[in-house]
Design a protein around this ligand. Structure first.
Ligand code: NAD
Length: 280
């Protein structure tokens, strides 16, 4: 609600002013790149890790050496993973069920529309939920992998999880490529696991091309992801942030729109579309 003492200047007035400024920046962008995090999928019913109500905010952080534990006992890790997955499938409140049942929301759809309008050239997402692709986004780097895929640690081959049945009697699963036989794991990048070089190179290249960087729903504390907007900023790009809470990137942003991505992005995109079609 606007502050009755100063109509148009209350919280809603401030938000409207930041959205106007973001529209201005995006409408003149030649090469906008987007960084998204868990917040963009919150309105699809997937909880975030950090931020208000996030799983870690409520329950504390898990150990940060997941990949090391995996390497120490790949068969044991897989056994536990299969047991955990069975339990999660039967638990309607589990994170896994939330991801499996989620559908793209208005924020994912608005970002896909910005790509169709030629404004957004690339999306770097930290999310593993596949929702950008399902919303129709084409140019995406999933820097932390995709929960619906599997990957060979030796040759990097990837398969949809549905096409890679895991035999409980032969763990860990091994690569199906002739002559490889490397250990296969979920494509999701674990804590302590190196991000595949190809993904890093693509993010670096896209960030160097960006004249505008839209940062949506990330607490911006996970590196290297949070470093890409800064790389672009050092090269003169304007940063635009959408997040209900401030982050370490807020101080670098030309404008921060404080609110939910699913409410702000559709409004922003509709205004950019109007501007572009009017040639403004
Ligand atoms: P995070 O959990 O650390 O932070 C979430 C951020 O989203 C917070 O800054 C919060 O203020 C903001 N937020 C909350 N609701 C929002 C909304 N409606 N609109 C916009 N912003 C909102 O997320 P992170 O920075 O992405 O880092 C966590 C890591 O865990 C990442 O690797 C992430 O991919 C992974 N993760 C992924 C999923 C997913 O795939 N959907 C979900 C949880 C965590």
């Amino acid at each position: 609600m606007d502050d009755p003492a100063s109509p148009g200047q209350g919280r809603d007035g401030e938000l409207a002013a930041t959205i106007d400024r973001a529209v201005e920046i995006l409408a003149r962008a030649q090469y906008a790149v987007v960084l998204t995090g868990a917040g963009v999928s919150k309105e699809s019913g997937i909880p975030t890790f950090r931020g208000e109500g996030g799983l870690w905010t409520v329950n504390g952080e898990p150990p940060m050496n997941g990949f090391q534990l995996f390497l120490e006992d790949t068969a044991g890790w897989w056994r536990q993973r299969l047991e955990r997955r069975r339990a999660e499938e039967g638990d309607p409140a589990s994170f896994a069920r939330a991801v499996d049942e989620a559908r793209p929301n208005a924020a994912h759809e608005a970002l896909a529309e910005l790509e169709r309008l030629g404004v957004v050239k690339h999306v770097i997402t930290q999310n593993v939920d596949d929702l950008h692709r399902r919303a129709g986004q084409h140019a995406i780097t999933e820097i932390h992998g995709n929960r619906h895929w599997m990957r060979c640690l030796d040759c990097g081959a990837r398969w949809p999880a549905s096409e890679f049945p895991v035999d409980e009697n032969r763990l860990p699963p091994r690569c199906a490529r002739p002559g490889c036989a490397g250990v296969v794991k979920d494509d999701t990048v674990m804590f302590g696991e190196p991000i595949p070089d190809e993904a890093l190179a693509r993010c670096d290249a896209e960030s160097r091309l960006a004249d505008c960087f839209l940062i949506v729903g990330t607490s911006a504390v996970v590196m290297p992801a949070a470093g890409f907007p800064l790389l672009a900023w050092q090269r003169g790009a304007a940063l635009v942030e959408i997040n209900p809470e401030p982050t370490p990137l807020t101080g670098y942003a030309e404008v921060s729109c404080r609110g939910a991505a699913g409410a702000i992005l559709p409004e922003l995109v509709s205004a950019v579309r109007t501007r572009r079609s009017a040639g403004a």
